[in-house]
Design a protein around this ligand. Structure first.
Ligand SMILES: CC(C)(COP(=O)(O)OP(=O)(O)OC[C@H]1O[C@@H](n2cnc3c(N)ncnc32)[C@H](O)[C@@H]1OP(=O)(O)O)[C@@H](O)C(=O)NCCC(=O)NCCS
Length: 175
């Protein structure tokens, strides 16, 4: 899909450069690394980027041949590992990043709206995410976009406790 500013929003393609996508994640998540928060995306390998992208739908924004933003949306899956994520009506997203010098232009908000649309297409009524409980700026960001606190979770892969947040994106079927 071509966006009004000439950028292109599309699914990650097999021909895309996973090293470039991983570098984008590392650059964007550096602020969190600088806060001492070892999000997986601060240091993950291109292979991990690929594995995580393939577990869901990975979307990218391209500008003049360069990947400048990404989000991966995961359909409901009972093996996702938290009480909330394991529900059959909960999709979630991750690997969410915008090129640092292009942040605060609305690209992230547009990608969250896309994730909401994809969650509905998966038949989910909730779209969730997790982030560090110490990342107050991200918790504020998600709250401003309609997400609410659900639960705490301690992933073994990171050095902080996470919060799971969620937003209702569709009305549950009645009956
Ligand atoms: C989180 C992240 C993806 C958000 O992306 P983004 O493109 O900067 O998000 P937006 O532009 O939609 O919103 C950022 C701020 O800019 C503001 N903004 C949006 N459009 C704007 C515009 N045209 N002009 C000025 N400000 C604008 C938004 O209102 C928002 O401020 P708010 O939180 O006070 O409401 C990005 O900051 C990022 O990559 N961070 C590092 C990685 C990360 O933290 N990932 C999430 C881990 S859980």
């Amino acid at each position: 899909m071509v966006l009004p500013d000439g950028r292109v929003l599309r699914r990650l393609a097999p021909s895309d450069d996973l090293v470039a996508l991983t570098d984008l994640l590392h650059r964007s998540y550096k602020r969190l690394a600088d806060m001492g928060l070892r999000f997986v995306a601060t240091h993950q390998s291109p292979e991990t980027t690929r594995e995580r992208a393939e577990e869901g739908e990975c979307w990218v924004v391209e500008e003049e041949g360069r990947l400048i933003a990404t989000i991966t949306v995961y359909p409901p899956d009972p093996g996702d590992g938290t009480r909330w994520y394991d529900r059959g009506d909960v999709a979630h997203f991750g690997q969410f990043a915008v090129e640092p010098e292009l942040q605060a232009q609305g690209i992230g908000s547009m990608l969250i709206e896309l994730a909401e649309e994809r969650a509905r297409a998966f038949g989910a009524t909730e779209l969730a995410l997790d982030t560090s409980e110490q990342a107050g700026h991200l918790i504020d960001y998600y709250e401003a976009r309609g997400f609410r606190f659900i639960e705490h979770v301690q992933w073994r892969s990171v050095n902080y406790r996470s919060v799971v947040m969620s937003k209702t994106v569709a009305t549950p079927p009645s009956g």
